[in-house]
Write a protein that binds this ligand. Sequence first.
Ligand code: ZN
Length: 555
Amino acid sequence: MVLLFAALVLPLLAQRNGVSISPSLNGSLDAINGRNLIGHVQKLASDEFEGRSPGTRGEDLTVKYLVKQFKAVGAAPGNPNGSYIQNVPLVGYRTTPKIELTVDGKPLPFSFLDDFVCDYPRMTSGLSIRAADIVFAGYGITAPQFGWDDYKKTDVRGKLVLVLSGEPSRPLGEDTTKLDPGFFKGELQTYYATREFKYEQARRRGAAGVLIIYDPETSATYAQFQTFAKLEGQNLKPRHGSYEMAIASLVTTDAVKRIFNAAGKNFDDAERSAMLPAFRPEKLGVKADISLSSKLRYFNSRNVVAKVVGSDPRLRNEYVIYTAHWDHLGKDTSLKGDQIYNGANDNAIGTAQLIEAARAFAAMKQKPKRSVLFIATTAEEKGYLGARYYVRYPLYPISKTVANINLDAGNLFGLTRDLASTGYGNSTMDEVLASAARSQGRVFTTGSLDETGGLYFGSDQMEFAKAGIPAVFPWSGVDYVGKPKDYGDKVWAEYGEKRYHQVSDEVMPDWDTKGAVEDTRWFVIAGYLAAQSVERPRLKEGSEFIWISGRPKEN
Ligand SMILES: [Zn+2]
């Protein structure tokens, strides 16, 4: 019996560079082509769709289009209620925050946009907090994983917490040119350095608000929030009874230096002391009056969810989840000329790849063992809200969710020999992506576009990672077939500078879909391998998400 079985199986499995590719998977890859991909992008990124902002006519058109496409490719409704829709209750806000600072009763100049920008205000039409103490709390990080605690049980309830951006580091022994990789991952950025993590640390401690220090000279982040201030911000509708800080925001280094000086302190000294484990939070002797007036808008947005059911009677209750955010920045009516943020690259192409990946799975004669979910998420641009909502209110248990593959800003510059993934080292999905790349005769690298690891914290996969799910954000590489060596770096840098989050992110006449097609096949092969393998993907030793998610290491 065993021998007969082996004789039957062997001819069926094609070995491609040591990776087993079933004829069913192989055949499905032909279903993916550039014409379909571009067709979706042209539609989603058209002016008619108004930049796909959640809670607008652009959302209605987008959701309708996605449902129609998922149906057309033969993917089943992903919501157990029989629909393709998961409602996501959101709040839109436009807010004018005011923070008035005083030292010994003397006012300090501190103005919105020039000195600070608002990320998340409390979801209320107005509030006023008087004389909150400002406390400098170092990096604002408590991370038992690295024996680090900036707060040291300091009571920051009702206070405005001021924290550095980034995370601590220390030299590797005597060698001061290298950072210790065993401490906050050395040169790599960890989740502890994100705004999100720092906000949550302050919120949990009952702070009135938090200001994270950014230098606009060295970081583009601050300027991005100056742009966001002109657009509607959005957040998940707060959970009943959960505490919200008055304000979570960014502040410039210059403004912070002025505050320290006025308080008779030196910011450079404070910054240095924050590098030391013995650091303790310090009250600056500066008071803050915080007031907000906001226009709120409650509405239902939607994740669009499709499903391909697995073939194994037991494992079909486990899920590999693909995500791609359908939303973008909408339009800015204060702009002269073009007002629409079309978001062709960000993320009409990822959404198109999601639809085509669903087509490939639906076309497989023999489905993989596990089920596969395709979620076009809402409000990624507003802070991964659709993905966060899904993880908070999953349609299938999180414990049965084995992996997340997130598609954001696909490659339309041509075919690459190399492939990469952000967040390398966090889970065994690295090896899955590497196998899939090898089966295509392509090389998987550790992340050439992402030298510090920061990109990993920039899209929906983050919400899955926080829940302890092996999650990846794969990237095409930089080594383009038939192009000069510096082409890859050049085109991506140019995109970042001239089109990313600008109204010029539109369908380009010189796009080359060969890369996008092969990359979509790569995503499909990787998802298939994860859905098919006996062993579930798991987090790797040393990943901060083991700690963040509070999941046991055995996973
Ligand atoms: Zn994006």
